[in-house]
Design a protein around this ligand. Structure first.
Ligand SMILES: NC(=O)c1ccc[n+]([C@@H]2O[C@H](COP(=O)([O-])OP(=O)(O)OC[C@H]3O[C@@H](n4cnc5c(N)ncnc54)[C@H](OP(=O)(O)O)[C@@H]3O)[C@@H](O)[C@H]2O)c1
Length: 355
């Protein structure tokens, strides 16, 4: 099949490109940064590179910035669009940019898909479009919900927009939760979420090693121990996205989530073990006591995650289970060993970078 893909230079898009090429498909990747395109091409096995076509474009423009000739060439030539590109910032200060890319960008990709007459539009969203609900089903969530940040809100609006096109082509929405490294290799090319926290803890460790007066002190990390984090390994996400090509049901939403997510306590224990951080202790995010200036400097940037660290969420994934069964795959079981491999891999990368 011929597939048009946005976001191919990102964490998920890069893996998806390789997986689609491995399965014998041709991939047309819309890329805004040609340097990153080179890295994408070199990540693909040489024998498959001829099946990867780079199209320079940007989702914020009409026709995604493609020339008329390119649009003409794509017309009736593309089977499925995977719209993966997004701006993953939780920052209220960049709300406009977040909506420009995640909502208006999605509109531009949908319009292009309509113009070139595709069969399927696969939209990668997020499990966190659920607003303040604690249990989410694989249905559209209301847009008048309260959202934690503009990222969630923009993705919720984009989901509704995608469904407005269901008379033009089949639409499917895929909602991964928090994507972490590969379950088999541990590798992850991202600085998002878990990786930002590990990076922060690693910087604290270095600071403690450098400053003698910090060495015998206990350092407080504000994070609620008993709450779970819905982590999913990136290869599980790719399995679901690729299974969808042949088996997705018309106009259906799929949660790519973890039914047995790890607690913050377990995640932290594993990070502590790998970074060898004995003096850091977890205290609740509403800790009433005083924090030292170092503790404040570390914990303040983490506050964007507090809403995610204070409530347990549940995601029903019956549609995804059914989809996976079609290709003989089981739903995710992420045990301690897999989590350790993913966190450990990150630590090795950090150590190599530091040496
Ligand atoms: N990572 C997670 O934990 C997570 C969880 C749930 C859902 N998701 C969703 O999964 C998808 C992929 O996320 P990711 O982790 O792979 O993100 P990522 O690594 O930040 O990649 C984002 C991709 O989007 C591209 N992009 C951004 N703005 C663009 C624009 N204006 N025009 C064209 N391309 C643009 C980026 O291009 P450049 O390389 O040029 O920047 C990059 O290829 C997103 O839709 C995200 O919302 C991610």
């Amino acid at each position: 099949m011929n597939i048009l893909l946005t976001g191919a230079t990102g964490f998920v898009g890069k893996k998806l490109t390789s997986a689609l090429l491995d399965k014998g498909h041709h991939v047309y990747a819309i890329v805004r940064n040609l340097k990153k395109a080179e890295s994408l091409i070199s990540s693909v096995s040489p024998s498959l590179q001829k099946n990867l076509v780079i199209l320079e474009g940007d989702v914020i423009y009409k026709n995604v910035g493609l020339s008329e000739d390119t649009v003409h060439f794509l017309k009736e030539n593309i089977d499925t669009v995977y719209h993966v590109a997004a701006f993953l910032s939780f920052d209220e200060n960049v709300r406009e940019q977040t909506f420009a890319i995640n909502l208006e960008g999605t509109r531009n990709v949908l319009e292009l898909a309509k113009e070139i007459k595709v069969r399927n539009f696969f939209h990668v969203s997020t499990a966190y479009t659920l607003g303040q609900q604690l249990h989410a089903f694989e249905t559209l969530h209301p847009v008048d919900n309260q959202f934690i940040n503009p990222y969630e809100e923009s993705k919720c609006y984009a989901e509704h927009l995608v469904f407005e096109y269901k008379d033009q082509f089949n639409v499917n929405i895929f909602r991964p939760s928090i994507i972490i490294g590969d379950s088999k290799t541990g590798e992850a090319e991202t600085t998002f979420a878990l990786y930002g926290v590990i990076r922060g803890l690693e910087l604290i460790k270095r600071r403690m090693e450098r400053k003698k007066d910090l060495q015998n002190r206990t350092f407080k990390f504000l994070c609620n121990q008993e709450v779970t984090q819905n982590f999913v390994p990136v290869d599980y996400v790719i399995d679901v996205l690729t299974a969808a090509l042949l088996h997705a049901k018309k106009n259906t939403i799929y949660h790519i989530t973890n039914s047995n997510p790890p607690t913050n306590q377990l995640i932290f224990e594993l990070i502590q073990e790998y970074l060898d951080l004995p003096n850091v202790v977890m205290v609740p995010t509403d800790y009433p006591g005083q924090l030292s200036p170092e503790e404040q400097a570390f914990n303040q940037p983490m506050s964007v995650f507090y809403d995610y660290w204070t409530k347990d969420l549940q995601f029903s994934d019956a549609n995804t289970r059914e989809l996976l069964a079609e290709v003989g795959l089981e739903p995710l079981v992420m045990d301690r060993d897999i989590l350790m491999r993913i966190i450990g891999k990150r630590e090795q990368v950090l150590s190599r970078g530091a040496s």
